[in-house]
Structures are given as C-alpha cells and as structure tokens.
Ligand binder design. Structure first.
Ligand code: I6G
Length: 677
C-alpha cells in the first residue's frame, strides 16, 4: 500500500465517508441530502478505484454491500445473550394489568412510571455483533439460543452500519432489531417480479423472510430490506445509559435507525393514549406493524424486575386486532388488465379483516396458486394490511371439503375469447388482443380519462363500461365525437349530465405533453416517467421516432421500459390512435415543455399526513418533475411542508422552524400553476 498515491487514498477515504454519511442521513435521520444520482456516481467511482487497486478494498467499504459469493448453507450461531420473546397483551385491560403488576413489584403506588413505547414491526428479529466498531457477525433469532449466521446477507442492508459512527466507539456492542420491508419496497419488488415473470411474494413479511434466507447474498442485496434497532443486548459497561430511551439515542449516534415513533410516556394512561394514537396511524405507515412494544424506561427498574421463563417482566407487546381472518374461497375469476395480463382473483365469502369487509383477494398467477396449493372451496386465511390489496396467505388444509375443485386457467381470454399467450419465462398469461379486447379497451379508457391523465370530469368507470358495451367508443379518440343528445339515451344520464360531460371533454382537449404520454397507458410508463420523457424529447413526434437506445438515455428509463415504449409506437393502431386524437383536437403546448424551467430546482419539500385527492407518490412525482427533492424530515432548509389529514410531528416541527406549510388545496393549486407555466 506504501506505493499508492496519497491522493488516491484521500479520495477513497472521502468517497467512503460521503457514502456512509449519505446512508446515515437517509436511513437514520430520514433527511437525505445527496440525490440518488450523486450517490451512484460516488459509488461507481469508488468501485472503479477499488477494482484497479484490489489491495485497498476493506470489508467495511460501502462497495462491499453488493453481496459476497453464495454460501453452501448457514452456520449455527449461539447467542451470547438469549434472544427472548415478549409476552402479549390482547386488550386494554391486559395492558393496565401489566402496568399495575410492575408498579406493585416495584412497590410504587403512583401512576407516573415512565414507559418507552414503539411500534412492533412485522419483520424478523436479528442480532448484530460489533467488535471495536466493526460488524463481525449477524444472526437470526432461531430458537432464541441458537440462530443462523446470515452476516453476508445482513451486510448488504444499507441501514446496517458496517462500521460504527462517531467517537467513544464501544469495544463490544450487540444490537438487536427487526429486518422488514416497507410497503413501497414490497410493491416495487413485486412489480419487478411480475415484469420479469418471476415469483411474487404474498406480503412484505414473507418477502423479507425469503430475502434474508437467500444463500446468495447478491440476491439479498437487490431486495429492499431495512433494519430498525430496538435493543442493545450487550454494550461496554461505561456506555450503558440510565434509561432505555437514552440507550436508543446512543444507538442512533452510533449509526442505527431506531423507530421514528419511539416515545416515552407516563403510566397506564400515557401507554393507552400511545396505543390508540399508533392504532389510528397504522394504516398510513409505509410498513406493517402488529402492535406496540412497551418497556419500562428505567434500566435499574428493568434489572429489578428481571425475567420470567423466556420473557422480560419489564416489557410487553400490545397486539392490535388481527389483520388475518379465515374465510371460504367460493370461486376464482380471471380479470383482464389494461395491458392484457390475465390475473386470477379469489371470490371470497365476505369477511371483516381489521375493520373492513373483504370479498375479493388477489391470487397473482399460477405460481402463487401452486405455492399456496389452493383449491376452490378451501378455507383460506386472508390478510389485509395498510393499502396492500388483500392477499390469500395460506390454506387451512385440514378443513378442505370433499368437493374442493382445482383452479383451471383459461386457454382463451374470458372477455374476448382470443387464445391466451404464455410468454416464455413469464408466469403471467396474457390476452394478445390489445384494444380489440373489450376488457383492455375499458381499462385503457379508464386510465385515459383518469385524473392524472386527461382528467375527464364525469367520465366514471360505469359510464365507460356502458360506452364500450354499446360499441359507441372503441378508441380514446371516439370519446371526443360523443354528442350530448346521444349520451342522454344512456341509463341514469340526464340532459344536464350529458351536457356537462361534453363540456368536460372539450376542456380535456387542452392538456400537457406529460399528461398525454401518461394517458396513452404504455406499459411501465407512470407519471414520473412520462414527465421525464416529455422533458427529454420536448415533442411527441421526437418521442415516437426515438430509438430504443435514445429512450434508454432518459432518466429512470431502463432497457425493459425502453422496449415497451419503442414497441408501443411501432404498433400501427397505436400510431393511428395518436393521429386520431390530434385530429379530434387534443392539443398541448410543446414549446412550453421544451423550454420549461424547473421552478422548484434545488428545493427540499416534505409531504406529511394523508392527502385526499392524490397519493403521496403522485404528489412526490409531480414535485420531482418540477425539480424539487422530496425528503422525509423537516429542517431549516425545507422549502415547504405539505400537511394532509392527521399530520403529526413533522407539521409541529415545521411550525417551530417557521417553514411554509401548505394545505392540500393550496398545494394542488400551486402544482397546477407551476405545471401550466
Ligand atoms: O421481539 C421484539 C420486538 C420488538 C422484542 C423487542 C422489541 O422491542 C421494540 N424488545 C425486546 C426486549 C425483545 N423482543 C426481547
């Protein structure tokens, strides 16, 4: 190493420290500063240098997260301190009884004992051992005494520090926490799997478990897994704090993500208030939780309380009402989506799951049906969590009726009768008829008319179904030929509604290029991609003529998306539809796009709370298209905070810092203004 140029060593150290800082800001502080592109550029440069100088690679370099070579199996790891489980409380009475038990044991009559509360993540518990600040081992819980060594897999998670941060690094640290997958990560992973024709996961927990138990860490590295720390099982004597909450703060300093929902509350009342508030928030979190963990905050009191059997006396898990219920699978129907994919949908005996009646669930594809081993007539367990579509998670085999039937996949499209296609290497079956198939036509029209596309007010799903069934509308262009008097013939369509619809169509003719591209419904082209395409090519003509290579030069467009776009514009009937739409008077201002500046360039925005008329992802995509960076936490540098319903601590923080706060209506009005500018 002595002959390595000092400048190169400096560069390596700088890149490693910038990449570590970026991970820390992103995963722990929830306040990213580097853009993805800047992060990737630094990582690529570091990889380049390390490839040229393999002697300079260190095990804790950020490049080492891409995954080591496959293992033969997992070694057994004995936990130095057993990984215990927690007792459960299934209702408020049991929580109150727990608090009372503790007060009695500690011989405290009062009700102000401090508890540290946090969500119970629905993931997998793991343990990480650090010696002199370096991650040396990581293992699953296993049976609590012995787990499986999965260090190489855990090293690929960017929220797990390979090297501890800061000063006064402990000689020895054992951190425990949960590995989980966010809803957004899970959806993206399954979307990619569907696209590639590979296996989809039933829920984020299964996806996290499957990803963590891969023998090939390179596979784990591509899965969106996250780690959240909840306990320091071993730490140098001198570093042990007086309270659990202080210990969690110390773990954050050392580089670990801890729950942003962590809070210290007093007595049974404080604990129950926390449980209610988190229960209300549960649906809006981007990850699954199944309850609240309550811990006596004072570590001396914890030691005094000790353990019973395999659980600490000083902690309990309050479980929310179940997100899983059993019901009967009455039938399976096949639905044809906008892009022709035919998906099996389970028709269920209606059942209430976490407060909502569920009568349909997705079965995804033939592989998923085979994995579940499900038949019509079976009793199945349904799971509903957050915004994720209800899923069939398992079959109650013992309750299979004698007349259970196999699920037969159709050879022909259930809507138009075309012979289905089974694409080599893809699990999905497809109807190849495109817009000749009424189902795909309906879905394409619904997408075309939707709010983020041409925003045709009053053209709802039922109306589109009726228009397609009567064959009044075959392509989106036919919509613009609809006359009020004819529309008036439709059931439940009065003269006034017909007139309103014609006026809405007139208004929708004036659109923008990004909306028009999005409205075409090209596979994998969402709003953000449509924006990027419009900005890159400036005109529709340029986009339609672009080669696959030229398409790949657009931000966020990879080979698969480029191939879809290219194929779409090579189809004669798609080109004809575009021409007909322009003839029907659909217009936009191309110069505006080509020259449009990004009015929010360099600004950081925060979205918090739930929005009514758009999802957070949509809001984020629109802000990004205007040049803004959308970040997770509020700081002095935040340009504005958009506060939806039930916005919490981020709103408070914005008020404290005097950051501009926009309600949903103002936010939408501003977006439209900037987008039209
Ligand atoms: O299984 C667990 C989940 C979450 C835990 C836990 C936890 O804290 C938030 N804490 C302890 C102490 C244990 N299990 C044993």
């Amino acid at each position: 190493m002595s002959h390595t140029a000092p400048r190169l060593l400096d560069e390596i150290n700088r890149l490693r420290s910038e990449l570590d800082d970026a991970n820390y800001r992103y995963y722990v502080l929830d306040d990213p500063e580097l853009t993805d592109a800047d992060y990737d550029r630094r990582l690529r440069r570091l990889q380049e240098i390390e490839q040229a100088h393999p002697e300079l690679v260190t095990p804790d370099s950020p490049t080492q997260r891409v995954g080591a070579s496959p293992a033969e199996g997992f070694a057994e790891v004995e936990h130095a301190v057993p990984m215990l489980s927690l007792d459960n409380a299934f209702d408020e009475g049991e929580v109150e009884a727990f608090v009372k038990r503790i007060n009695d044991r500690l011989e405290r009559g009062d009700d102000d004992l401090a508890f540290c509360c946090e969500p119970k993540l629905d993931g997998l518990a793991v343990s990480l051992v650090y010696e002199r600040g370096r991650l040396i081992s990581g293992a699953t819980r296993g049976d609590g005494r012995t787990g499986e060594g999965i260090t190489s897999n855990l090293r690929t998670l960017k929220s797990i520090p390979l090297k501890l941060r800061g000063t006064a690094i402990p000689e020895l640290l054992e951190v425990r926490g949960e590995v989980y997958m966010s809803h957004s990560g899970f959806e993206a992973l399954n979307a990619r799997a569907r696209e590639e024709g590979s296996k989809v996961f039933a829920n984020p927990r299964n996806a996290a478990a499957g990803s963590l138990r891969q023998l090939d860490p390179r596979i784990t590295a591509r899965r969106p897994l996250e780690f959240c720390a909840y306990q320091a099982a071993r730490i140098d004597e001198g570093q042990a704090a007086g309270s659990h909450s202080a210990l969690m703060a110390r773990l954050r300093e050392l580089g670990f993500r801890t729950s942003p929902e962590l809070a210290v509350v007093e007595g049974a009342e404080g604990v129950l208030d926390y449980c209610h508030a988190l229960g209300d928030k549960r649906e809006r979190l981007d990850y699954d939780i199944d309850g609240v963990v309550l811990k006596v905050d004072d570590l001396r009191a914890q030691r005094e309380l000790g353990f019973v059997a395999r659980a600490p006396r000083w902690a309990i898990a309050y479980k929310f009402p179940a997100q899983e219920q059993a019901t009967r699978l009455n039938d399976v129907e096949f639905q044809v989506g906008r892009t022709g994919a035919i998906t099996p949908v389970a028709r269920l005996e209606p059942v209430t799951v976490a407060g909502v009646t569920v009568s349909n669930a997705s079965l995804h594809n033939a592989d998923e049906i085979a994995r579940l081993g499900v038949m019509i007539g079976d009793r199945v367990v349904i799971r509903r969590a957050g915004d994720v579509i209800p899923q069939v998670v398992r079959v109650l085999d013992d309750e299979r009726p004698d007349d259970a039937r196999e699920i037969a996949f159709p050879d022909r499209c259930p809507v138009c009768g075309s012979e289905v296609e089974r694409i080599e290497g893809e699990v999905a079956i497809r109807c190849p008829a495109g817009l000749y198939c009424a189902a795909q036509r309906k879905e394409a029209l619904k997408h075309f008319a939707s709010r983020r596309a041409l925003d045709i007010d009053g053209l709802g799903d039922k109306l589109i179904d009726a228009l397609v069934e009567r064959e009044w509308v075959k392509t989106p262009a036919d919509l613009f030929a609809l006359q009020a008097d004819r529309l008036g013939e439709l059931p439940r369509m009065g003269e006034k509604s017909a007139g309103n619809l014609v006026r809405a169509l007139e208004k929708a003719r004036h659109t923008t290029l990004p909306r028009f591209i999005y409205a075409l419904g090209i596979r994998e082209v969402g709003e953000a991609t449509a924006n990027n395409l419009a900005r890159h090519f400036g005109t529709l003509q340029a986009l339609m003529e672009a080669s696959q290579e030229a398409l790949e030069a657009v931000a966020d467009v990879g080979p698969v998306v480029a191939a879809h776009i290219h194929a779409f514009f090579r189809e004669t009937h798609n080109r004809e539809t575009v021409a007909q739409l322009r003839e029907a008077g659909v217009i936009w201002n191309e110069e505006a796009i080509a020259e449009r500046a990004q009015p929010l360039a360099g600004q950081s925005w925060v979205l918090t709370g739930s929005l009514e008329s758009l999802t957070r992802d949509e809001g984020k995509a629109r802000l990004q298209a205007l040049g803004a960076k959308v970040v997770g936490s509020v700081s002095k540098k935040t340009a504005a905070v958009v506060a939806g319903e039930a916005a919490g601590s981020k709103l408070t923080r914005a008020e404290e810092l005097g950051v501009e706060i926009l309600d949903e209506a103002t936010f939408l009005a501003r977006l439209e203004e900037w987008e039209q500018a």
